[in-house]
Ligand binder design. Sequence first.
Ligand code: 13P
Ligand code: SF4
Length: 299
Amino acid sequence: MQTISERILSLKTQKNAVILAHYYVPDEVQAVADFVGDSFYLARVARQTKADVVVFCGVHFMGESAKILNPAKKVLLPDPSADCPMAHMATAEQIAKLRRETDDLAVVCYVNSTAALKALADVCVTSSNAVKIVGALPQKNILFIPDRNLGAFVAAALPEKKFYFSGGYCPVHAFLPAADVAAAKALHPAALVLTHPECEKEVRELSDFLGSTAEIISFAGQSEATEFIVCTEPGVLFELKKRYPQKTFFAAGMVCPDMKKITLEKVLRCLEEGAGEVEISEEEGARARVPLARMLELG
Ligand code: 13P
Ligand code: SF4
């Protein structure tokens, strides 16, 4: 009798499918994936894959991005109801109003956003390339949607630009209390604090390093420190412990309930039945592809 993971692996070969997983999905799902990474890495893999079917173990906007970049492929989400609340935290009206009122403006859209919002943007960014990409834009004025915290992190690095925000936030990162991080520091004084820029300013200010999940992982590997307090979704500890078993990691972040909806059973069902297919209209896909492709070129 095959285990569920073995059934997934044999069906994957039969269907010429590739499994992509974000660091925040459950450990056992990361373990069956062909590629595990942060949003930027996974978008690049999704664009380059030769597989016929892409199973995206992550939230809805990630599957949408894979489909936008690869319209001819079948992109399946193990649970299409796994949605990122922040992805909806900007409106077409906010964008249109600022475009009307402000000259020399670029609309920069974090990939953690719906396809409909991306379609209204000039360029997309992820947490690992936002400073580089916004810094390279010719425009002085930047409307950064939807994450006000990543936006503030980018603005602090680029004082020559003027920033506007839509006011969105990730509830998982933004509600992490700075007092919890301070308490973890008091308990583990030798540990470095590694933080995702989606966290609030008070947490960012307590941190030794700010970066995307992939950047946090590589920083922990290169650092001479042996203990780390990790202020992002704790799914990232699976990769950290696998790569650096001699180091110690303390999770300070909260669980993302949507990422945790992705189970092995749902991955299997989507391979068996082709369930959870991502659909995007040709028109919206074509418009959203422009800022996403620009990100891949600039990033
Ligand atoms: P990244 O490190 O991929 O930017 O992760 C942030 C996130 O919240 C993904 O949902
Ligand atoms: Fe969205 Fe935050 Fe969950 Fe990432 S961690 S999917 S930004 S709610």
